[in-house]
Design a protein around this ligand. Structure first.
Ligand code: DHB
Ligand code: FE
Length: 287
């Protein structure tokens, strides 16, 4: 069975890619953001995952508004990044884990999630930048990845409850895998931000901090919100919180907070980082 080590949730603002390329980690604007990451890297060095399941949203690189699946699971042997036009250098390709991807896909469909299966898939900044923050250097990457893209872009969005349940179903799939794997689950995006429209620049610190608190022990509290509630409370792109909920849902055991950082703003976005450790529940395992 796969061991679910924990989850890391992180912002994925495109400007981070440019800041990495220009070595701006110590720049006063960037320092409070980048300073959040060494403790996450230290936790990874101890946890030693070999697979990262990444809940994220594609921003038009692989899917566009004409064809936008609600949930899409990668089943490729390799995932490439491509130029998105933000001035972010592309990163080295990621190795996939087709066998585990197909197991997750079969398990999700059996669990009544009618997902899209992607045997080819480009991954955008929402997958690459958290990877680059957690494993600096731009590749080669020490983990294989399984990208799970969620629609946080175009109405109608899945509900926060559905996002959480997707994560729970992925957690069940990982636990029913009959080979060994050490898995870290990533949830990328958020926290509050709105990039355009009348409320461009909208940030809700109080709501963000409430979410970062609740997601540790009471994630179901956050599933009481509708996706439109999240738009109201966290801005139109704040709906990326749902990737955090999916990642949290995949933690099947007792969850503890190892590390958190919150910094406002980076590129009109409230950036959050959390490391949540998963302690498998012995009773659930024995059952
Ligand atoms: C921006 C883009 C994103 O995908 C995001 O989550 C936050 C900010 C941006 O264009 O600045
Ligand atoms: Fe985004």
């Amino acid at each position: 069975m796969a061991t679910i080590l924990g989850a890391i949730t992180s912002a994925h603002v495109p400007a981070i890619g440019r800041a990495i390329a220009q070595n701006l980690q110590q720049d006063p604007y960037w320092k409070p953001f980048f300073d959040g990451y060494p403790p996450a890297r230290a936790w990874l060095a101890k946890a030693k995952p070999d697979v990262a399941v990444i809940f994220y949203n594609d921003h038009g690189l692989n899917f566009f508004l004409d064809k936008l699946p609600t949930f899409a699971v990668g089943a490729a042997a390799e995932y490439r990044n491509a130029d998105e036009g933000w001035g972010i250098p592309t990163v080295a390709p990621f190795l996939g884990h087709p066998a585990l991807s197909w197991h997750i896909i079969e398990s999700l469909v059996a669990d009544e999630f009618d997902i899209t299966t992607c045997q080819e898939m480009l991954v955008d900044h929402a997958a690459t930048l958290p990877m680059a923050l957690l494993w600096p250097g731009g590749g080669p990457w020490p983990v294989r990845i399984i990208p799970i893209a969620m629609n946080h872009v175009q109405h109608p969005l899945p509900s926060p409850r559905r996002a959480f349940k997707l994560g729970q179903a992925v957690g069940r799939a990982l636990e029913s895998w009959d080979e060994d794997a050490r898995v870290v689950v990533l949830g990328t995006g958020g926290l509050s931000h709105q990039l355009d429209g009348e409320r461009a620049g909208f940030i809700n610190r109080e709501f963000d901090l409430m979410c970062m608190d609740a997601i540790v022990d009471e994630p179901e509290r956050l599933t009481q919100y509708s996706s439109l509630d999240i738009v109201r409370e966290a801005g139109a792109q704040g709906t990326e919180l749902m990737a955090w909920l999916a990642a949290r849902g995949a933690l099947t055991g007792r969850v503890s907070k190892v590390h958190a950082n919150y910094h406002v703003p980076i590129s009109n976005t409230a950036t959050g980082l959390m490391v949540l450790e998963n302690q498998p529940a012995p009773l659930a395992r024995a059952a």
